[in-house]
Ligand binder design. Structure first.
Ligand code: GRG
Length: 291
């Protein structure tokens, strides 16, 4: 994770061409959130999927940067007063607290748009065949857009105002969270020239770990840092938000995280990849993570 984060951050330093005439305040606001850290899970997934098929690290880091830009934009916008109205993100004041609401909206817009530039120019820069770059651009629009993450965010917003059942909650999780994770794994595969069968296996893997990641997030939200607090059971915690633990309880939710992770692992273990080792380790990490 540290190795990929280092290479990713080195790329961020050169991601906005120095000769571009851009308002410095916009660049500062975009870079503030991009450089604020975070687990860099989606970039790691792009690199792991690409390398599981022997693809190029340089191309993978560019694709990884594009997904982290989209992820960062979504966090900036999610923190705005019109949405979650949060003051802190990744341990720092949120973008709008530092730069104001209008600049935060525009920094999000800038990151989202620039993500497509970063992928679309992969072919011109000789890092990927044009066909692969176009397929990744098209997936990014699909998985991050109205039928993907943005749709999931809207369903979540509507759910907060009305009633949500488990089926609706699965839709929200699959789109708000899993879609970008699925995209990351798929894009890594595409960058390495995966076959349609391998892409299907990577899609199944991404869906499983994406859902497991969000359920684990819901559990961690409720019980806090398990390493400090010890294992809590359903009876110890108060459920305010409609999440998996709300419907299933903490223990069954933990079982579901394990089941989804195992299902994801078997999809890639049998996909004829050169090496599925890192992908399998990521699936295990998601079950064990405490932040
Ligand atoms: C505003 C279009 C739009 C979408 C927002 C990402 C998102 C959708 C909302 C953020 C709130 C949230 C908890 C979403 C679930 C996905 C998730 C767990 C995001 C946080 O991802 P991490 O844990 O964050 O990978 P870091 O900071 O480590 O990158």
């Amino acid at each position: 994770m540290k190795e990929v984060a280092g290479e990713l951050e080195a790329y961020f330093a050169e991601a906005f061409p120095a000769e571009w005439d851009m308002p410095p305040a916009l660049l500062e606001s975009m870079k503030y959130s991009l450089d604020a850290g975070g687990k860099r899970l989606r970039p790691l997934l792009v690199v792991a999927a690409c390398e599981s098929l022997g693809g190029s690290r340089k191309a993978a880091i560019r694709v990884a940067a594009s997904v982290e830009m989209v992820h960062t934009y979504s966090l900036i916008h999610d923190d705005l007063p019109a949405m979650d109205d949060d003051d802190l993100r990744r341990g720092k004041p949120t973008n709008h607290k530092v730069f104001g609401e209008a600049m935060a909206i525009l920094a999000g817009d800038g990151l989202l748009t620039h993500a497509f530039y970063v992928v679309a120019t992969l072919s011109k820069d000789g890092l990927l065949p044009a066909e692969a770059a176009v397929a990744i651009v098209s997936d990014l629009a699909e998985y991050a857009g109205p039928r993907g993450m943005v749709g999931g965010q809207v369903a979540d917003m509507e759910g907060e105002q009305g009633t949500t059942d488990l089926e609706r909650l699965e839709y929200i999780h699959l789109h708000k969270t899993s879609d970008l994770i699925m995209f990351s794994v798929l894009a890594g595969g595409r960058a390495a020239g995966a076959t349609p069968e391998q892409l299907e296996a990577l899609r199944t893997f991404g869906r499983g770990i994406g859902l497991a990641f969000q359920i684990q997030d819901d559990i961690l939200d409720l019980v806090g840092d398990e390493s400090k607090l010890g294992k809590k059971t359903q009876s110890d915690v108060k459920m305010e938000k409609v999440t998996y633990p709300y419907f299933l309880g903490i223990d069954k939710s933990r079982e579901e995280v394990r089941r989804l992770s195992e299902e994801a692992k078997s999809a890639v273990a049998n996909a004829g990849l050169n090496s599925a080792e890192t992908l399998l380790a990521i699936a295990d990490y998601l079950v064990e993570r405490d932040r």
